[in-house]
Ligand binder design. Sequence first.
Ligand code: KG4
Ligand code: ZN
Length: 364
Amino acid sequence: MSIKEGTEDVNRESAGKDDVTILAIESSCDETAAAVVRNGREVLSNIISSQIALHTIYGGVVPEIASRKHVEKMNGCIRAALDEAKVTLDDIDAVAVTYGPGLVGALLVGVSEAKAISFAKNKPLIGVHHIEGHISANFIENKDLEPPFVCLVVSGGHSHLVVVKDYGEYEIIGQTRDDAAGEAFDKVARAIGLGYPGGPKMDAAAKNGNPDAFTFPQARIPGAEYDFSFSGLKSAVLNLINQARMQGQELDQADVAASFQKAVTEVLVGHAIKACREFGYDKLAIAGGVASNSGLRALMEKECAANNIKYYRPSPVLCTDNAAMIGAAAYYEYMKGVRFGLDMNAVPNLPLGDRERRYHGRNS
Ligand code: KG4
Ligand code: ZN
């Protein structure tokens, strides 16, 4: 994959222009999304076509169905995003797309679409890391937020504690050893009969439950104090359910959801606050689908206030998958002169924050 960074030519492209308008595309999982973003922080349109209803009957995302749906929906989403932003493909300065991590077939739909637009309209092409996108969602509504800051990224596939050192520069200080936080929410939701999509249903159920009804384990990993582990917690819930079944007792779904949510959010918030204090950061952001969890948002707000840390969070719609966040991340890459070649490929396990590996195949 060829990726250029900061060459004279590309820097000249962005020079002398006041505004940078980027068409962004996201298709890494089960949302087909397109957005038009100006100067990284102004969202002119943000179109999201969710496949949740389609996957619900299977109890989770079916990759092949997701890819096919992306193919069906992609052009319509892009057309709607351009129309709502009142721009045409000729008006945009670049096309950006999530190229990893994610489901390979799903990613390939967005990547192929972005490459086709880049080729047909002779526009610069920028590949974006999905998690960089989630982190950058914080820039959209918080115009004052600048690196460095700590960010807790919690989605269906990732639970990372990251120091955002600069735009596009990340240091991972903690990550999950097993399940991602969203994955744990989804699995427990299924186990207690709430079904898919688990996270939002657990959040809603928890509102009517007693968070102190059950005490679930909160894993701390010796020697890796910022890492997470949710598999023990998940097993504890499953054991509780089995025990209740054997004794012919009925568990209160809301109480289990509230107690589980409390255990997860206390660990997430505890680690994030500790990292800020330990490393001397006074700004903390949250990102990813689980960042839309009302319990997490409330506890983080309380703890940040108690520790004099400025707290940033995107609106829930910008926490879950969307293309506006991809446009925000792409802007800072664009300004650095990063350009991808038409040999861009989907990278299902793309690592975060490792510039050497991220820029593998770089040809200048
Ligand atoms: O970021 P995202 O939309 O997609 C990935 O990149 O994975 O995150 C999806 C995850 C799912 O596991 C979903 O259950 C979880 O985020 N999620 C939530 C909530 N909304 C979405 N988890 C807890 N509470 C929520 N309100
Ligand atoms: Zn995501």
